[in-house]
Design a protein around this ligand. Structure first.
Ligand code: ADP
Ligand code: MG
Length: 456
């Protein structure tokens, strides 16, 4: 980098409006509490905004927000947007479905539009790193709602699509899946970097790829990182790639949104299928449904059984090739098929508006996975339902599910409490110490290491 003469660029665009300037520190604290309990770490973070106009974005963006019924900023958007607009590096933690994408997109457009146009062979100015193809496509779609009216060129890069390097040049914003960016991509003009779903990147072992790209981008870039959770292992990476970041966290830790009605059913393995049909009978007419299983072969097995029972459905897991995965996700999003059997990782970050029901056919084996799965529904203020099957053999997972229910203010069924109590007694009798997998300390992003092991 020392050999390269980088042009100077501007990253502070934020002007606080008088209405916000007048707010006292007490009022700001109170407002942050109202916004689902925003906590901010790091000096000099701007106050949270209340309306879109206050973030100082263009008329075209405001119109696009209106057109897509984004009435006002969500809590993470209220706080992260002014912070990023003022040029700060940022770590944003908020549960799935809370609108993190727009929180990094709006400042990105302002940033890009301030710079001189790209010349032949130059570009991109902003890059967005994502762990999966589905997420990359989703972000690109959200991005196009604004980039089209703004006349900006956005390109999504993922493996096996035949995107040529030529296409990547002259692109202002590049959204890509880690590992899929060509070596020759010119990163010299990059001044804005987004690392999205950082916790997933860890689960998937992408840390070295993140570092490799960061090493190739000018050190005085602006970097923002978003995640649903902040596992301890992420702190080291955050420290390496961010410069005096502001940390914005919404809610104490990721919890299932209160719009999701959660049910947990203690059940024997061989009774699950009938119970599933009963539940589907209730909800299928009302919207789309995802059924989570823990393994690929279980997904295919359940798919067959459902087909036999005259439920048209699809399955989504890591064993399905990319082309088919795209079309499956498309069919599911546009409602052509409304029932899907999936593994957790395959469905990570999937945002389907009309999703009414999530069924955990196999019990999730740790807290975060439960929250992520249940978080597929109840998005953007819609009501959703989550059913979880747990067998006696899975009693060791009951503790995390109880915690998830409690933290989101849901009632804990007595059978589940019983299951957990019995399990604890047994373990005690055998002289084992029980450690819940989630060591939430209550005041920071301190999680237990065991959470990072993500099954399938
Ligand atoms: P996250 O990345 O936090 O999981 P997303 O950015 O995918 O969440 O947003 C979830 C859903 O909420 C998307 O369908 C998005 O279009 C919608 N959304 C985002 N911001 C707003 C807003 N301010 N008002 C209403 N809906 C919004
Ligand atoms: Mg997201």
């Amino acid at each position: 980098h020392q050999k390269i003469q980088y042009e100077s660029y501007r990253k502070n665009f934020y002007v606080e409006v008088p209405e916000l300037a007048r707010m006292t520190p007490e009022e700001v604290n109170e407002y942050r509490l109202e916004l689902e309990g925003i906590t901010v770490k790091g000096k000099g973070c701007p106050k949270p905004i209340k309306t879109w106009v206050q973030c100082g974005t263009s008329m075209k963006v405001l119109n696009a927000l209106k057109k897509h019924n984004y009435e006002k900023p969500t809590p993470i958007q209220s706080q992260a947007i002014p912070a990023i607009m003022s040029g700060r590096d940022l770590i944003g933690i908020a549960k799935t479905g809370s609108g993190k994408t727009i929180a990094f997109l709006l400042p990105m457009f302002r940033h890009i539009l301030d710079q001189r146009p790209l010349e032949e062979g130059e570009g991109p100015i902003a890059v967005i790193m994502t762990p999966t193809r589905e997420l990359a496509l989703q972000i690109t779609k959200e991005c196009k709602k604004f980039s089209k009216p703004l006349g900006l060129r956005v390109v999504c890069v993922y493996g096996g699509t035949g995107i040529s390097e030529q296409n990547v040049f002259l692109t202002l914003c590049l959204c890509f899946v880690l590992g899929c960016l060509g070596r020759v991509t010119n990163l010299r003009r990059v001044t804005y970097v987004v690392v999205d779903e950082a916790d997933r990147m860890f689960d998937m072992g992408f840390e070295p790829q993140v570092m490799r790209i960061m090493d190739n981008v000018r050190p005085d870039r602006q970097t923002v990182m978003f995640s649903a959770t902040f596992p301890r292992a992420m702190e080291a990476l955050a420290r390496r790639i961010l410069n005096k970041p502001v940390e914005v966290q919404v809610g104490g830790r990721s919890v299932v949104c209160s719009d999701v009605e959660q049910h947990v059913i203690v059940i024997e393995e061989d009774k699950k299928f009938l119970k599933l049909l009963e539940i589907l009978g209730h909800y299928q007419e009302k919207g789309s449904v995802i059924i989570f299983v823990d393994k690929q072969e279980h997904a295919d097995g359940l798919l067959k059984d459902l087909m036999k029972a005259s439920y048209p459905c699809m399955s989504l897991h890591g064993g399905i090739d990319q082309y088919d995965r795209d079309s499956i996700i498309n069919d599911f999003k546009n409602g052509a098929c409304r029932l899907m059997v999936a593994t957790s990782v395959a469905a990570r970050g999937l945002d389907v508006k009309q999703l009414i029901l999530v069924v955990n056919y196999n019990c999730p084996n740790h807290y975060e996975d439960y929250v992520h799965r249940a978080g597929r529904t109840g998005r953007a203020g819609n009501k959703g339902f989550a059913y979880t099957f747990i067998t006696d053999e899975q009693a060791r997972y009951a503790g995390d599910i109880i915690k998830a229910l409690e933290l989101s203010g849901s009632a804990v069924p007595s059978e589940l409490e019983q299951l957990w109590a019995t399990f604890k007694e047994q373990q005690k009798a055998e002289g084992k110490i029980i450690k819940s997998s989630s060591g939430f300390s209550g005041k920071g992003f301190k999680f237990d290491e065991t959470e990072h092991a993500l099954a399938n």
